[in-house]
Design a protein around this ligand. Structure first.
Ligand code: C2E
Ligand code: CA
Ligand code: CA
Length: 738
């Protein structure tokens, strides 16, 4: 029984140990003790399993150092420290450490709790503890920790996002307010704009319109929005729909604003618009519609047109002006070059306009120009152009001329129109016109050349007598070139004393005694040669230089008289030709009397020859000067009588004492049929007025005899003596009688 009891106890112990070991295995736990005396380490089956130590009954003790060695180096010192602490403070420990198992080299995390035990003497005997493998728990815990961290991070993120959202919401609310305000402002602007403003989507359905638009289409806003654009005639009938469509297509395609000008016929006339079309883009920059505005520019446009019209038209007659004429001529030249047709440029100048303007006043002059313009325009074909170039100068452009005769019939028609007098403000006015014609391509191929050559031909037509037309000829051009040269060299000629006076003798018919000379100017130009007065006097008159030259002639003539009087004790007369412009100079009379005084000659030694035009134009100052001179004893002769307006009735009123019968009359003298002749009756009539007569241009003996018979007082002409230089004139004086 003792044995069996002992056996039974033994069996129970083994059973208990087994149970104990199983329990430890399940709990991943083991217990151990460490004998401080032997320094041996004993572990339960569970403990050795956990620590990876193979165990059998006899070797359940292992050196403690082995355990220490297997502890991971990072935790080894910590463990040593724990032991020391345990021993020194009689305490227990609770520690976690990394442990490398020898059998599978796996590093595991262990949790160990231990306590110190003493012997009866209080000497430390052993340390008893438990060890538990908490690797899985730690891994799980770490995982959990990581998850937690992740969750924390996520939470923080969410929190931050939430903050941001809150901020964004705040801002959005602010934006909303701002947008609402801006929309109100915008709407006020749009609605109060006089421009029509509208928008529509891609289907052409209205999405917004302003007041002005509603007014234009005469509909309410709610009746417009949602309806198709084409249902409202915003482009109006006359509008070019194509242009609108093309522009819209462009705007949609290019995503850019485009603008174009358009016009619409309304009951009140024509209206002009600037149409602006812009794309409406969504936030992805896709086009979702268009917005348009029509800005009324009618006023600007009409003004512009007015200004344009003024720039290209003459304000008085409303005819095209020089600029527009040049433009049309240039285009006509281009067309004719292609079609090989002819163009004619007609240059008009009214023959006596200046005189009419001066005598009847400028307002009648203006009326006359307007009437003239109408008469010329009435003869034109549809595609011809009449222009007013300046003053009384008009130009006509005739295109598509096939035969010169066609063109001539137009010219003649114009001339016929001028044969009828103008009736203006109770005045009957006879106006004729001289016409110069230049043809393309013969006479030039630029507008400038054609007009200049037509002008030249007109100038020549005028020279040949008025109311004529003349075709341009290239010799005319040479003459004009010469004229330009003369003009250029003229000024220098005065300074260089290139002028000389020639003297043509004049005789007293009774007794054939020398009366004196007519002083006739000549120009000895080193560049142009010898030039007669007919070639330069008119140029000098046009430029005003005649005043200077004329004064030189007066001075030179006075000097000549003085010399002749002194040398030959004569009392001769020198006639001086005076231009209108000279007499119109202030103090002309004083100037003439001044020279007479300076050269100590008698006033009756000087005779001034003036022409009728002077009196017709009735210049008071001129008349006044001549009267003064006549009173002072200076002779006044009316030159070229018979060429101009020749009216005997007014002769009496003029301050003249001599009438020079023009060469033309003398040439007409027909001794065989004296009854046809006008010279004799003129002479006797003039005599009755107390005026003496002198015949010019006496070239033959017959003429001389006739004039003696007709009782003409004085005679002048080649037959009696040509104009000669000063020295030769002296020869006449020496002889004195014919
Ligand atoms: P005018 O006053 O009629 O002068 C007479 C012109 O007839 C002169 O021409 C003279 O040479 C020319 N003549 C004289 N007798 C005869 C004749 O028997 N037969 C022909 N066929 N001709 C004759 P000229 O010298 O060439 O002068 C032309 C014109 O120039 C003058 O015409 C005059 O109007 C102007 N003139 C000449 N000298 C002056 C001047 O000093 N001042 C101004 N303002 N004009 C002048
Ligand atoms: Ca003369
Ligand atoms: Ca004359």
């Amino acid at each position: 029984m003792e044995y069996s009891d002992g056996f039974e106890i033994q069996q129970n112990l083994i059973e208990n140990e087994k149970r104990w070991n199983i329990a430890q295995k399940i709990a991943h736990i083991g217990h151990w003790d460490y004998d401080l005396g032997t320094r041996q380490f004993w572990g339960s089956e569970g403990a050795f399993d956990l620590l990876g130590i193979k165990r059998d009954r006899d070797t359940s003790y292992i050196p403690f150092n082995y355990i220490i060695r297997q502890i991971s180096p990072c935790d080894r010192n910590k463990m040593k420290e724990m032991y020391r602490y345990l021993l020194e403070h009689n305490n227990h420990y609770d520690v976690e450490f990394q442990y490398q198992r020898e059998e599978d080299s796996e590093i595991r995390t262990m949790h160990s709790v231990a306590e110190l035990f003493w012997d009866v003497n209080g000497k430390p005997l052993k340390i008893i503890g438990v060890v538990q493998d908490i690797t899985e728990r730690i891994i799980y815990e770490n995982k959990l920790k990581n998850k937690n961290e992740e969750l924390n991070a996520l939470y923080e993120e969410i929190f931050a996002a939430d903050e941001e959202l809150k901020q964004q919401l705040d801002e959005t609310n602010k934006h909303k307010e701002w947008l609402a305000l801006s929309e109100t402002r915008y709407r006020t602007l749009v609605d109060n704009s006089s421009d029509c403003i509208y928008s529509c989507d891609l289907d052409g359905v209205f999405t917004a319109v302003n007041e002005a638009f509603c007014l234009l289409v005469n509909a309410r806003r709610e009746d417009i929005i949602g309806n198709k654009m084409k249902d409202f005639i915003i482009l109006s009938e006359g509008e070019r729909i194509d242009k609108w469509n093309n522009t819209v297509m462009h705007v949609l395609h290019k995503k850019k604003t485009l603008m174009y000008e358009s016009h619409v016929m309304t009951t009140e006339g024509i209206s002009y618009y600037n149409i602006t079309i812009s794309p409406i883009l969504d936030f992805k920059k896709e086009v979702i519609g268009i917005t348009g505005s029509n800005h009324d520019i009618t006023a600007i446009k009409l003004n512009e047109n007015k200004i344009k019209h003024l720039a290209y038209h003459d304000p008085l007659t409303d005819l095209p002006n020089r600029t527009l004429f040049f433009d049309r001529l240039k285009n006509a030249i281009d067309r004719s070059r292609r079609s090989k047709t002819k163009i004619a440029v007609l240059f008009f100048d009214m023959d006596n306009f200046k005189r009419i303007n001066d005598t009847l006043g400028h307002s009648i002059g203006d009326e006359l120009l307007v009437e003239t313009a109408k008469r010329i325009a009435a003869c034109m074909r549809e595609y011809d152009t009449v222009a007013r170039l300046s003053g009384d100068e008009f130009a006509v452009l005739l295109q598509n001329i096939e035969k010169v005769e066609d063109m001539l019939s137009i010219v003649q028609r114009i001339q016929q129109k001028f044969n009828v007098p103008f009736y203006l403000s109770e005045n009957t006015i006879d106006l004729t016109t001289s016409i110069g014609i230049a043809m393309y391509p013969e006479d030039g191929d630029t507008p400038e050349d054609l007009l200049k050559n037509a002008d030249t031909a007109m100038y020549k037509a005028k020279e040949q007598g008025r109311n004529k037309y003349l075709f341009f000829h290239f010799t005319m051009k040479e003459e004009i070139i010469r004229k330009i040269k003369i003009e250029k060299l003229f000024k220098k000629a005065i300074q260089h004393h290139e002028f000389v006076l020639h003297y043509q003798p004049q005789y007293v018919t009774k007794g054939k005694i020398l009366r004196g000379f007519e002083a006739l100017i000549r120009w000895n130009s080193p560049e142009l040669g010898f030039i007669g007065p007919d070639d330069f006097i008119s140029i000098a008159e046009e430029s005003g230089q005649i005043v200077i030259i004329g004064e030189w002639v007066i001075q030179e003539a006075c000097y000549m008289i003085k010399k002749m009087n002194e040398r030959y004790q004569t009392d001769l007369i020198i006639s001086i030709n005076i231009s209108l412009l000279q007499i119109r100079q202030k103090d002309f009379d004083q100037m003439v009397l001044g020279y007479i005084h300076d050269y100590q000659i008698q006033p009756h030694n000087i005779e001034l020859e003036v022409t009728e035009s002077l009196f017709i134009d009735n210049y008071d100052t001129a008349l006044h000067a001549l009267k003064n001179l006549k009173q002072a004893g200076v002779g006044i002769a009316l030159d070229d009588f018979g060429t101009g307006y020749s009216s005997l009735s007014y002769l009496k009123k003029l301050p003249i004492n001599l009438l020079k019968i023009d060469q033309a009359f003398v040439k007409e003298i027909d001794p065989i049929n004296p009854q046809n002749d006008l010279t004799e009756p003129i002479i006797s009539l003039v005599h009755k007025l107390g005026i003496e007569t002198m015949a010019e241009g006496v070239e033959t003996e017959e003429q001389l005899n006739y004039l003696i018979e007709a009782k003409c007082d004085y005679l002048q002409g080649f037959y009696l003596g040509r104009p000669v230089p000063e020295q030769e004139a002296e020869e006449f004086i020496k002889k004195l009688v014919l």
